[in-house]
Design a protein around this ligand. Structure first.
Ligand code: ZN
Ligand code: ZN
Length: 185
């Protein structure tokens, strides 16, 4: 039996953060939120998907993503905490240790919970960790004009304001050009 490294196991909760970002972007921006695409997205974040995602599950996941988006968009720390607490309060939680080939790690939903509840529990707790450890300012919506994607920044450096290097570079170039345009020649 192969065991994943401790980093991968402790990284598990960060998967909740990554899943939340990917899910919100797939559903509320330019992504593919079809049942098949959502199933593939969740499988890529190590969720045990099993059966193909049903239309009802996909709708529940899309609904969840639309509830999470305001947590990223809320600039005020207390506001973001209130929003996350409110949606987290609707999610069945029953923390327990599970080992399904990844090494023992914490599951937040009840044992035997379905895919949607597992995703809801995991993403809500993931975002809660970001807020508690890094501050709500580390969750945001990309500042690039025309990009609506959300991001979670758990780096040690100064906080980011863009969803990707691509958007950062585009915004930097645009700001440079804007400065050039107003410089009298
Ligand atoms: Zn697990
Ligand atoms: Zn962006």
């Amino acid at each position: 039996m192969t065991r994943s490294s401790p980093t991968e196991v402790t990284g598990y909760r960060n998967d909740g953060v990554g899943t939340a970002v990917a899910l919100v972007n797939a559903v509320t921006t330019d992504g593919d939120a079809s049942p098949g695409a959502l199933g593939a997205l969740l499988a890529s974040y190590n969720f045990k998907v099993g059966e193909p995602v049903t239309d009802d599950e996909a709708e529940a996941l899309r609904h969840w993503a639309r509830l999470l988006r305001p947590v990223f968009a809320e600039a005020d720390e207390e506001g973001a905490i209130d929003l996350l607490n409110a949606v987290m309060g609707e999610v069945p939680m029953h923390p327990h240790i599970s080992d399904h080939g990844l090494g023992p790690h914490l599951h937040y939903g009840p044992p035997g919970a379905g895919l949607v509840d597992r995703v809801r529990a995991n993403t809500a707790v993931g975002l809660a960790f970001v807020i508690c450890e890094h501050g709500a300012g580390r969750l945001g919506v990309c500042q690039d004009t025309g990009c609506e994607r959300v991001y979670a920044d758990i780096s040690r450096g100064p906080r980011k304001r863009y969803c990707s290097k691509t958007c950062l570079n585009r915004a930097t170039v645009a700001a440079f050009r804007a400065r050039q345009a107003v410089t009298p020649t």
